[in-house]
Design a binder for this molecule. Structure first.
Ligand SMILES: Nc1ncnc2c1ncn2[C@@H]1O[C@H](COP(=O)(O)OP(=O)(O)OP(=O)(O)O)[C@@H](O)[C@H]1O
Ligand SMILES: [Mg+2]
Length: 304
């Protein structure tokens, strides 16, 4: 079996000894692909990123990134990780380009190599026109994109992104998401992505973890999450007005039923027609990440 890129075992953190910010988290994230770490405010996502990047020490349990403990070997872990958090730590009095050149040199690149890497990133994140402006004059979205560029300077194997698109307009968010996707597809980087933006997450991620109040409610890809919570695909039909088929429920102008998979659809269509219904439209509605997320978090509310 391939070594997990990120391993967490009973990972627990309490900041004050009373409230548990992260409660016995067990999770292995495979190499390559984008892992979406989801959960409401205060769930413990940023705490997890800080533990995995060695900014915090666990109260209990262990975590490793490519088999190295961020607490014991912070320099080794930082060499292979890129981190982008909500607060970018860069230099306001330096230009965007100078910031990237500086961090490239800190990572061991020589002058020409760091210039080339900085320019490459400025172009791919749509910051080329702003390259010679001071960072203090950048807008929030520009700063955020520069921060992503900074996290990528040393071509990391694991990328931790904490809300990378939260302050961005839709166009910039699209640029950033496209870049994350192309990185993951073309370079094999493992991305750990904390986000609230479930629609973007569904387009980007290969697997998910849902965290709430420090507890991992579920983990897996979308079909697995759907299956485990009983979220089914729905077959929906629009019929001639006044017709009411047996065994289907009405929802607005549609009649619907849950199905295990799409193979059931032809049989349902045939049955409706054979029993004399006039079928105007038939569709399959697959559960979205948003449906599944709320199913998990709301079910938890109900069972409290
Ligand atoms: N420095 C700190 N000192 C004390 N408690 C903290 C600290 N940082 C976070 N916490 C607490 O830990 C819990 C988890 O917070 P965390 O920032 O990890 O959540 P999050 O999932 O990143 O939330 P958000 O979506 O709002 O960014 C919260 O109860 C928060 O109040
Ligand atoms: Mg956070």
């Amino acid at each position: 079996m391939l070594l997990a890129a990120i391993h967490m075992e009973n990972l627990t953190k309490s900041y004050d000894g009373k409230i548990i910010a992260l409660n016995r988290l067990n999770l292995d994230i495979p190499q390559g692909g984008i892992f979406g770490f989801l959960g409401p405010n205060g769930a413990g996502k940023t705490t997890t990123v800080k533990l995995l990047t060695g900014l915090l020490k666990p109260t209990e349990g262990v975590c490793t990134v490519f088999d190295m403990s961020p607490q014991e070997k912070p320099c080794d872990v930082h060499r292979i990780c890129g981190v982008m958090t909500e607060t970018a730590r860069m230099y306001g009095q330096m230009t965007g380009r100078q910031n990237l050149q500086f961090f490239a040199q800190t990572a061991g690149m020589d002058g020409p190599e760091s210039d080339q890497r900085a320019d490459e990133l400025l172009k791919s994140l749509d910051l080329w026109d702003a390259r010679d402006r001071k960072l203090s004059e950048y807008s929030t979205g520009m700063t955020q994109r520069l921060s992503l560029a900074r996290s990528l300077v040393h071509r990391p194997g694991v990328l931790f992104l904490d809300e990378p698109t939260s302050g961005l307009d839709p166009e910039s968010a699209q640029t950033v998401n496209a870049m994350i996707l192309s990185l993951a597809r073309n370079t094999g980087v493992t991305v750990f992505l904390c986000t609230h933006q479930l629609r973007y997450a569904q387009d980007l991620c290969d697997g998910y973890g849902i965290l709430e109040k420090g507890n991992l409610l579920a983990a897996g890809d979308l079909p697995t999450l759907c299956k485990n919570i009983g979220c089914r695909i729905r077959a929906e039909f629009r019929l001639a007005p006044g017709q009411s088929p047996e065994g289907l429920q009405k929802a607005g102008e549609w009649w619907r039923t849950e199905v295990r998979d799409e193979d059931e659809m032809p049989g349902l269509v045939r049955k409706l027609i054979d029993s004399g219904h006039d079928l105007y439209e038939a569709r399959l509605v697959k559960p979205t990440l948003e449906d599944v997320y709320f199913e998990y978090t709301e079910r938890r509310e109900v069972s409290k």
